[in-house]
Design a protein around this ligand. Structure first.
Ligand code: PMM
Length: 277
């Protein structure tokens, strides 16, 4: 079973829950991206909009100004870059700057121009399961009409696949993502991880983003019920990365690239029955 690709997160945002404000300066974001490649990232996911629960959206001009210079430099340095955006205009500028993957957390729902734009390019398209923007998504966690979160996400992702194909995006350019934490309770995120094989039945490559998310913080809550802060969630996250590797996912979207690569090296050595080196 091939090792999943490691997608390193470069959030050029002032307000992401995981690393907001640390890489908002283009130079800091580029240096961070290059450090992630050094640590073993196969892909870099550059985003200029925070999707943390409750976040408000940046202006298009702000998002463009955050991501385009960073993508230009990272591509010039030889990195394979994905743009994390829900906006066709931003995706177009990112592709122009050399990005080769569009990571759309709305799966084409937030901007009617997104699927045609991707269809007119040669980019790989990540369609994540999504129901509403960050300021409203916590009100959209009812999957009872579908008999639960796993069948619900399968049905709704299948609709996104059909829309992408109808827009002219070739099936082999599609990657699907269950959208952990997006319109999902903590328990629903765990259910989706346990149910990855059901998503596999859609017949497309899978990307999973669990890194630093609140369902890990809740699992590791202290005796008073306080969620574990972001910095203390990595060991649990690595267990999820290995679960994803075993499930055969195409990629994992992570902040701590070095740790994920180390864990995957150990997994690979165990799978192959012999360590390299
Ligand atoms: N999660 C976040 C942002 N973008 N993209 C994909 N495809 N999948 C995810 O799970 C995902 C994403 C939110 O996390 P961050 O604020 O740490 O980037």
């Amino acid at each position: 079973m091939p090792r999943p690709l490691v997608m390193g997160v470069v959030n050029v945002t002032p307000d992401s829950f995981s690393d907001g404000g640390r890489y908002v300066e283009p130079r800091a974001a580029v240096a961070h991206g290059l450090a992630l490649v050094e640590r073993g990232a196969d892909l870099l996911d550059v985003g200029g909009e925070s999707t943390r629960p409750g976040a408000t959206r940046p202006l298009v001009a702000e998002e463009l100004a955050r991501v385009v210079p960073v993508i230009t430099e990272l591509v010039a340095a030889g990195a394979t870059v994905s743009v994390d955006t829900m906006r066709a205009e931003v995706a177009a500028a990112a592709l122009e700057a050399g990005a080769s993957i569009v990571n759309d957390v709305s799966g084409g729902l937030a901007d009617p121009d997104m699927l045609p734009l991707v269809a007119s390019s040669a980019a790989t398209y990540v369609a994540m399961h999504w129901r509403a923007h960050a300021d409203r998504m916590s009100a959209h966690t009812d999957y009872s009409a579908h008999g639960g979160v796993v069948p619900g996400v399968v049905v709704e992702l299948r609709q996104r696949v059909e829309a992408a194909l109808a827009a002219g995006i070739a099936a082999d350019r599609l990657v699907l993502d269950p959208g952990l934490g997006f319109a999902k309770t903590a328990e629903q995120s765990w259910e989706l991880l346990r149910g990855l094989s059901a998503l596999d039945s859609l017949g497309h490559r899978l990307l999973v983003g669990a890194s630093r998310k609140s369902f890990l913080g809740r699992l590791l809550a202290d005796a008073a019920g306080e969620p574990r802060p972001v910095e203390g969630r990595e060991a649990a996250h690595l267990a999820v990365v290995l679960h994803c590797a075993r499930a055969g996912v195409w990629g994992v979207r992570v902040h701590d690239v070095g740790s994920a690569c180390d864990a995957l090296s150990a997994w690979e050595a165990l799978e192959e029955g012999g360590a390299r080196g």
